[in-house]
Design a protein around this ligand. Structure first.
Ligand SMILES: [Zn+2]
Length: 564
């Protein structure tokens, strides 16, 4: 039996440090993937039930493909962890190590010959302590065939993703059939010359059809229960659907709608939807951000100017009201309108007539006004900053658009939409969000709402390497991983933030800061933060006071050589 790879213990401890327990949130992470700690007994019972209810053939296929998906995910992790490892064997060994770290089986290599460039693979391994064998024997007794189906799937999925070609593993000995250990062999699928066996890998079983049908029924049911939004507006949260129901009611009428909501919730998109789904959709939609136009120009902007109205007005110009004639005028941040413009707006709304600046001539206009504000307009009315009569005119039909943090269930939908939108123009292909990235998006408070989510996704798509998963650090490059407990090298669960530490180290390496500069900076910052108290500074740095004093002395010019 060949000895373990020389670096496998380093690799194992670095894999261990990627497991983090965030018990407060009920989450376990393996790098960016959410993991589960299950009782093998419970999982074994589920496995047994699959065989009972679906029959051997379908249950085997289902377990195999489940393992396959899991192996593929671990291959991504292996690639990420050892991207520049010249030794392909060493890099490949991440898979067997993960398989044992995840508590599935211990892998011993018998023979391994691989060459990614040439697509060559042959692997023979022994499995010890296979959980699937144990479980099978406990639930069903000894078998007359090998039974490690999900594990065979894992090995095949991992190797196929690693080699970029379909590699199928087969179990040729198995403890579930009385052998002393399990023995597996993997090679390119076509070399097996066994089409019946390869059928197990194809997702076309009855079980899959049943699952597909079930999904379809659920989908149809939910689409009957509530309307679908395929345009720029997307969501399934209660708050979003409530707002959409109100928009639906308002769209066919000419009622004045006031959209309320924080900055970035997409008020203009909602206003546009109202226009597109009303009777004026063939006429213009004109948007004005009242907060972005200086007070002295806003009236000219809204109502237009006549030639010679003031020294700058060298030619007549139509205002936004005239340009929106027959259609919709969207007044964003209407609370920012100065008092004189408020008077003119009220008059225009009441009479349906406007006058250009410097003109006596009135023009009849037919405009539906949709206003929006992110401030409390009623409070502005009470404080005398906004006219009460104008407020009641605008707020006939108020609709509140909830902030993103109150519609968290919509985040995955929105994120997916934005990934699509930002990937296509630059021709980028990603594997979508990692579990951890998605969890971070859902947990984040989103003070800038949908606009912020849009920006974060745009950056994430750009920073993600081609064909990779979008990870947490692509989305939020400056924040580290959430501090959480993780598995220490000893195997104990601790919280010394090694996972976090690794990220910090990565950042430092990327920044190009030298080791000495970094050490000087760390020492000085710790001493400054402790107000010059060396004992406290040493505690901050996690070293003894004597060590700190020594390092401090040796890092000064003319001092002793550095201790590090
Ligand atoms: Zn077995």
């Amino acid at each position: 039996m060949p000895a373990a790879m020389p670096s496998s213990s380093d690799l194992l401890s670095s894999l261990r440090s990627m497991i983090r327990f965030d018990s407060e949130k009920g989450l376990i992470w393996l790098d960016q993937s959410r993991m589960l700690l299950l009782h093998t007994g419970a999982f074994g019972a589920l496995r047994h039930e699959l065989f009972e209810s679906l029959g051997d053939e379908h249950a085997r296929g289902l377990l195999l493909r489940m393992g396959f998906a899991s192996g593929q995910r671990d291959a991504q992790l292996a690639r990420k962890l050892l991207p520049q490892v010249a030794d392909q064997d060493e890099s490949f060994n991440t898979g067997p190590l993960l398989h044992s770290l995840e508590g599935v089986v211990k892998v011993v290599t018998v023979k391994q010959d691989l060459d990614i460039q040439r697509g060559r693979f042959y692997g023979e391994y022994l499995w010890q302590n296979s959980w699937e064998c144990e479980s099978h024997v406990r639930e069903s007794g000894y078998s007359d065939s090998p039974e490690c189906w999900s594990q065979i799937g894992y090995a095949s999925g991992y190797t196929s993703a690693f080699m970029n070609r379909f590699i199928a593993f087969k179990e040729v000995e198995c403890t579930a059939q009385g052998d002393s250990c399990c023995r597996i062999i993997g090679k390119p699928a076509e070399e097996w010359n066994d089409p019946d066996y390869l059928e197990y890998f194809r997702p076309d079983s009855i079980a899959h059809e049943l699952l597909d049908l079930k999904m379809e029924v659920e989908h149809l049911r939910s689409s009957l229960a509530r309307p679908q939004y395929d345009g720029p507006l997307i969501g399934a949260s209660i708050g979003f659907l409530d707002a959409m129901a109100l928009l639906h009611n308002a769209a066919p009428s000419q009622i004045s709608v006031l959209l309320l909501g924080e900055t970035g919730v997409g008020k203009e998109v909602f206003a546009h939807w109202l226009h597109d789904n009303g009777t004026r959709s063939r006429k213009p939609f004109v948007a004005v951000n009242c907060g972005a136009i200086p007070d002295n120009l806003i009236e000219a902007e809204l109502f237009g100017v006549e030639k010679g109205a003031y020294t700058d007005a060298q030619s007549a110009r139509a205002g936004r009201f005239e340009r929106a004639d027959g259609g919709t005028l969207f007044l964003d941040e209407v609370g920012d309108l100065p008092p004189s413009a408020q008077v003119k707006l009220l008059r225009a709304l009441q009479s349906g007539e406007i006058e250009r600046l410097g003109s006596e001539k009135t023009t009849v206009i037919d405009v539906r006004v949709v206003a929006a504000t992110n401030v409390d307009l009623l409070k502005a009315v009470q404080e005398g900053r906004f006219r009460a009569d104008l407020y009641y005119r605008l707020a006939t039909f108020p609709i509140t658009i909830p902030p993103l943090r109150e519609r968290r269930v919509d985040i995955p939908l929105l994120a997916e939409r934005f990934i699509e939108r930002f990937s296509q123009p630059v021709g980028k292909h990603t594997r979508g969000l990692s579990d951890r990235a998605l969890q971070t998006l859902v947990d984040y408070p989103w003070p800038g709402n949908i606009r912020e989510l849009e920006n974060v996704i745009e950056r994430g798509v750009l920073l993600t390497p081609e064909n990779a998963e979008i990870d947490e650090h692509h989305l939020f490059p400056r924040t580290g991983a959430t501090p959480a407990q993780h598995l220490q090298a000893s195997g104990a669960i601790g919280s010394d933030n090694a996972g976090h530490g690794k990220l910090v180290v990565e950042r430092v390496l990327e920044s190009g800061i030298g080791l000495e500069e970094l050490e000087d900076g760390l020492l000085n910052m710790a001493v400054n933060r402790s107000g010059g108290n060396l004992t406290r500074a040493a505690k901050l740095l996690g070293i003894s006071r004597a060590k700190l004093a020594y390092r401090f002395k040796s890092s000064k010019p003319g001092g002793e050589p550095s201790a590090s």
